[in-house]
Design a protein around this ligand. Sequence first.
Ligand SMILES: NC(=O)c1ccc[n+]([C@@H]2O[C@H](COP(=O)([O-])OP(=O)(O)OC[C@H]3O[C@@H](n4cnc5c(N)ncnc54)[C@H](OP(=O)(O)O)[C@@H]3O)[C@@H](O)[C@H]2O)c1
Length: 345
Amino acid sequence: MEHPELRCARVDLDATCPIDHIQPLVDELLADDAEDELALRGPRRLTARITRVHPPRVTTPFRAREDGTYLVTGGLGGLGLQVAAWLVERGAARLMLIGRRGAATEAQRAAVAALTTRGVDVRVIAADVSRRDELARALATLDPRAPLRGVVHAAGVADPSMLVDLTPARLREVMAAKARGALHLDALTRDFTLDFFVLYASMSGLLGLAGTGNYAAANALLDALAHHRRAQGRAALSVDWGVFAGVGLAAARDDRERARYSAGMRGMSRREGLDALERALASGEAQLAVAPFDAAQWVESYPAAAGSRRVAPLLLRARADDRLTTVTTARARLLGASAGERAPT
Ligand SMILES: NC(=O)c1ccc[n+]([C@@H]2O[C@H](COP(=O)([O-])OP(=O)(O)OC[C@H]3O[C@@H](n4cnc5c(N)ncnc54)[C@H](OP(=O)(O)O)[C@@H]3O)[C@@H](O)[C@H]2O)c1
């Protein structure tokens, strides 16, 4: 996304392929096509496609089990508290909310108090999920009579940076909560029979987003982990959220700005998010992206990325859209103009 001048592609090599058998990779490097994410498996060349789906509305609302405990990492954050309250609405009687600082602010303490006044046993634990020992200690406090039934991994930090400015430390910091935390959760909850294991990921990991190299990578790992777990027959759902209006990581931005479409995405409300989560859980998919998405506007923001075959099915409707034609024409006019002529063009 940041380097449209390069033909960037992700090639996933076959782990069983001998190290000196590099011809397929060479072929990919020299290929002049629009595949930007593919996997080589023996003679097969597997390509990825993003398509629109509309999971049906659920007819039987999700019910939490009264006898279980539900863990929300990042549970004191904007979206963490929302999903915690939703679990309670759906019958959860025991919650474990984890954040590095616990309930540190007045608003967080009030939100927890609101849940406890409804008779819910809310355990707030200050722990860093990227530290295996701290997470293991937290899980060790679970009441064996109320075993873990569901996990929502919503811990995360963002540190926007263009790739050229990214340092190992900034990469590590953003990977820590999301990626390392998810891997620890995956390992440490292995002995529980979970009804769901939901990873809060982001559209940035799926579509890319300029300035989020570290964050996008961490989110892409969550998507991969969900598929990996499902391949093992374990519960998993990675939700690649778009942006929420006025909550959590995106709250620093102006609400009015979030409520409009920006670079193809409009800010979602709490209700839209939770409805989508319920439908995503019922869909049985391992990975779903959720965002009010205007493909034509996204193309305007990322004209080079829009040429990718991976996103082509998503843009089908947009291709019929007049605006796309206008963008292409405007782009062609700009490219055809000399430097001095570009501003008036
Ligand atoms: N808000 C959005 O529009 C949006 C869009 C797409 C995806 N998401 C994803 O949704 C998740 C929740 O986002 P949010 O908007 O609710 O953000 P938020 O309000 O900042 O909440 C994130 C929480 O994670 C906790 N956290 C960070 N690092 C941690 C660690 N190492 N161990 C334990 N807890 C940690 C933070 O608490 P402490 O600082 O006390 O640890 C914070 O309360 C994130 O993964 C985010 O990437 C959000």
